[in-house]
Design a protein. Sequence first.
Length: 525
Amino acid sequence: MELATQGGTAQPSRLRPLTGIKVEIAGQPAASGCGTTGGEGKASCGSSDGQGDMPQEIWEKVKNHPCYSEEAHHHYARMHVAVAPACNIQCNYCNRKYDCSNESRPGVVSQKLTPEQAVKKVIAVASEIPQMTVLGIAGPGDALANPKKTFDTFRMLQEQAPDIKLCLSTNGLALPDYVDEIAKYNVDHVTITINMVDAEVGEKIYPWIFYNHKRIYGREAAQILTDRQMLGLEMLTQRGILTKINSVLIPGINDEHLYEVNRAVKARGAFLHNIMPLISEAEHGTVFGLTGQRGPTAQELKDVQDACMGGANLMRHCRQCRADAVGLLGEDRSDEFTLDKIEQMDVVYDLEKRRAYQEQVEAERQSQHQAKVDALSAALDQENVDADMKVLVAVATEGQGKVNQHFGHATEFQIYEITAASTTFVGHRRVDLYCQGGFGEDEQLPSIVNAINDCHAVLVAKIGACPRDELKAAGIEPVDKYAFEFIEKAALSWFADYRARVASGEIVHQPRGDAAIRQGAFKAA
Ligand code: CLF
Ligand code: SF4
């Protein structure tokens, strides 16, 4: 399944050196990570700032892929089809469920599908959600441990819906065996979950692998896995296939090691590095859940991501989706597309209609991008600003890059780091829905406050009196003044106002605390 580690500086001791393969993506300097020369030190994917100096052929691949472009994820949707139930390794954070509709985490699905059912479902979703641009196979097991089902699905889909981008996710063990096939079906995006580049770390994460017809345990297993992952990554890079590396941050096990992972994958041409928090609860039945291994706090996650900056560019907008997720990242519409519902639907796959709709979406995305550029340029023109002041704000949004959601309707908040002249998307926080059946649920408020406790403000389209008072009491400013404005413009306007109030003595600027990452990771209550 698609899943996912920090900070030391030493070179990996047991990492196999680069092979003789010259690692180079067409149009991209060798081993340059995100494909923009401006990538050094960026907080997230280079495409978050539009095309910039990204080569046209890479831009075409990422501009409407919601996982490969932070900007695109506000506008374009993806879907997964659960055709790959088997796996060839065991991760201590994994417990797959094949008939579960109420958990939202990788490895969980409601229905397993045959390739034929999967294609039918993709066509149905594409006709209903024209901004759905990417089909991913991300489990619930490993896409390449189920090669026939995976490639049958891609082949049929390529014939029937040629405009949909194909994406796959793998643990990498079987990857070197299938790179040619991946290229043959024009799969332009491959995610490899790499949690370590050192078998000593790896044996704490992977109890066994199944390789060459036998089960292999412990450090030997981890060494084979890392060697195969690195080789597969190099082979993909050599063919110009964009790669994203997912790493699960497991405090005490690989947190000190993820920096090495970041540099190792950058050296092999990875386009993006997605560092995700471990989801670990006893109720999930995973080894880590049962042994009490905790996941990171929001600040621990951010610290690791920040420490990795300057290497492979970071993705920070991952939602750790289910293997049958449908919709924008952060929403899940899979319940609308069960097999029985698809049978009742009048499905018309109209390529021209999809193209026309996506042109509108692209225009909207360009407006958001321009609004961000304008807001940043206006902010840069300000005089006497405290350039060192930096805060986090939470934003309630239901897409289009705008502050356009009621506080009570948010199932997640997007988190932006704001300085006087910059806004950077740094993550999201899932929360329990505050508004239930038309009424505010006051019992949910403490958990919502915990989830955004490191933020100075929360920008919303609207908010009721009760949550407003509670947020204020917790030191988080509720702001509805910028309703329906583009997020970056709203955040910079609020921050200019905040700094003016600090400068006038009206308020005192104080640092905030840490926040909790929601471990249950259930769908909306
Ligand atoms: Fe799916 Fe993964 Fe493709 Fe995206 S998800 S196979 S690259 S289309 Fe995206 Fe979901 Fe995070 Fe994966 S938000 S878990 S990074
Ligand atoms: Fe689960 Fe296999 Fe994915 Fe590991 S690689 S998370 S065991 S499905």
